[in-house]
Design a protein around this ligand. Structure first.
Ligand code: FAD
Length: 430
């Protein structure tokens, strides 16, 4: 543990993966941490609970890529695709969508964003392995890679630019031929014939339990938990004196906004109007599959994480654009089950059973906190440098959580990061 020049009391708002990683890094610097979280850390309300669990250092491309606008009509009309916009919400989403399309106009923009995302992603699996060991739960992180599976070489070739960019950034991967694929995962349907193994990838087997383990670790190291919802800040002369909650104030020297998709209003109060929406996603679990998936899979057509968890095989994916509080559409989750039928033909009856109980405990809807350019907001708030932003991680918050925590700790301590962190400033949206 390094000793800071001055021990600070720091309120971390939100105990999802980003808030927890940040709290632990601030404790390493010797600060006192108050975690403000109204619900269970890593509970079902958090994106960090039900995600695809992929720790993929190759998740460097933003969602918005050149030519995407041509596909928008299809997103509005195809009810079975991996991406859908609910018509009724289109007017409210339009300003975000325009920024989203503009952020990925050219491949040069994509290359720049990919290099910036790489800084936050490159050591993800190793970082989570270390955190899980510190928390006494090494069983919750696997670091033997991840695998994309494809029907044929043409499907791999269609993503050639993505693979070339990964190679350019030094991200390691290896093509897996059909015989090896069958040996590795005998249950995989014959629709899928080739694999691309991300060698430095990993997976969290139970992200809810993992968040709880990190929370318990932070408590053991002296953090306090304020079970309340942050509603604002007390500022005086540009300096922060407290975070205001629905259950009183938390006096502090600094605050970190890490409330996932709910960070927007707090960020606005701290001086930054960030265009962030929920990219809603779903998961569905097939219980008691009877086999392991030692390396997390992603079918090239379904674009979803297929992973072993203690609850069963979790299928996590889909992007649904609608307001955060719109009711779930469990048909989106059932699309995931359809891909699973092709992936694991032997699970047909078990898949039918889950499909027949939409909305049961096997189903989950979550909110990816997404900015239009695919970069998170990390850094000082405009109204006061005593407030730090740490939100907006979209599809990759599990991946980028540890690096975000380290960056926030450095910025608070005034230590220079080894890379340029200005692209993550919320001021880019001013
Ligand atoms: C279907 C799906 C699949 C995904 N797959 C992956 C993947 O494979 N890999 C990956 O890296 N990422 C994935 N993600 C994205 C990832 O889950 C998120 O980016 C990440 O969990 C965001 O973490 P967070 O801590 O910012 O937010 P959250 O986990 O949402 O946590 C925010 C916390 O803040 C609390 N909170 C909210 N408002 C307040 C307030 N006012 N005061 C105090 N506390 C508050 C909430 O209760 C919550 O606990 C996926 C997401 C989805 C939906």
């Amino acid at each position: 543990m390094t000793t800071p020049e001055r021990k600070l009391t720091i309120a971390v708002i939100g105990a999802g993966i980003v808030g927890l990683c940040t709290a632990l890094e601030l404790q390493r610097d010797g600060h006192d941490v108050v975690l403000i979280e109204p619900d269970a850390p890593g509970g079902r309300q958090a994106a960090s609970y039900g995600n695809g669990t992929w720790l993929n250092p190759g998740s460097v491309l933003p969602m918005s890529t050149p030519g995407l606008w041509k596909q928008v009509p299809g997103f509005l009309l195809d009810p079975n695709g991996p991406f859908i916009i609910r018509w009724r919400h289109l007017p409210a989403l339009a300003p975000w969508l325009i920024r989203f399309v503009l952020a990925g106009r050219t491949f040069a923009q994509i290359e720049t964003i990919a290099a910036q995302r790489h800084e936050l992603s490159k050591s993800t699996a190793a970082d989570h392995v270390a955190l899980a060991a510190e928390a006494g739960r090494p069983d919750l992180v696997r670091n033997n890679g991840l695998m994309f599976v494809y029907p044929d070489q043409a499907a791999i070739d269609a993503e050639q630019k993505t693979w070339a960019l990964r190679q350019q950034l030094g991200i390691r991967f290896r093509k897996i031929e059909e015989a090896e694929l069958r040996e590795r995962q005998p249950e995989l349907g014959h629709v899928y014939k080739l694999g691309m193994h991300m060698e430095d990838g990993g997976q969290i087997t139970d992200p809810g339990a993992y968040c709880d383990a990190l929370f318990q670790l932070a408590l053991r190291r002296g953090a306090t938990h304020k079970a309340a919802r942050a509603t604002g800040f007390d500022f005086s002369g540009g300096r922060l004196s407290a975070v205001v909650t629905n259950a009183g104030v938390v006096t502090c020297d600094r605050a970190v906004i890490a409330a996932g998709v709910h960070s927007r209003d707090l960020a606005r109060q701290a001086g930054d109007d960030v265009p962030m929406i929920s990219e809603r996603g779903y998961h569905v679990v097939i219980p008691d599959p009877g086999f392991d998936i030692p390396v997390g899979l992603m079918p090239s057509d379904g674009k979803m994480g297929v992973i072993w968890t203690p609850q069963g095989i979790r299928l996590a994916g889909q992007v649904e654009l609608a307001s955060t509080d719109a009711p779930p559409n469990w048909q989106r989750a059932q699309i995931l089950l359809n891909y699973a039928r092709a992936m694991f033909p032997s699970l047909g009856a078990k898949i039918d059973a889950v499909a027949n109980e939409p909305g049961s405990q096997h189903y989950w809807l979550g909110h990816r906190p997404s900015t239009p350019d695919g970069l998170p907001c990390i850094g000082a708030a405009s109204r006061s440098a005593d407030v730090m932003h740490a939100f907006g991680h979209g599809h990759v918050g599990m991946i980028q959580g540890p690096a975000t925590g380290k960056l926030v700790a450095k910025l608070i301590a005034g230590r220079a990061p080894s890379y340029d962190a200005t692209p993550f400033s919320a001021r880019r949206f001013a």
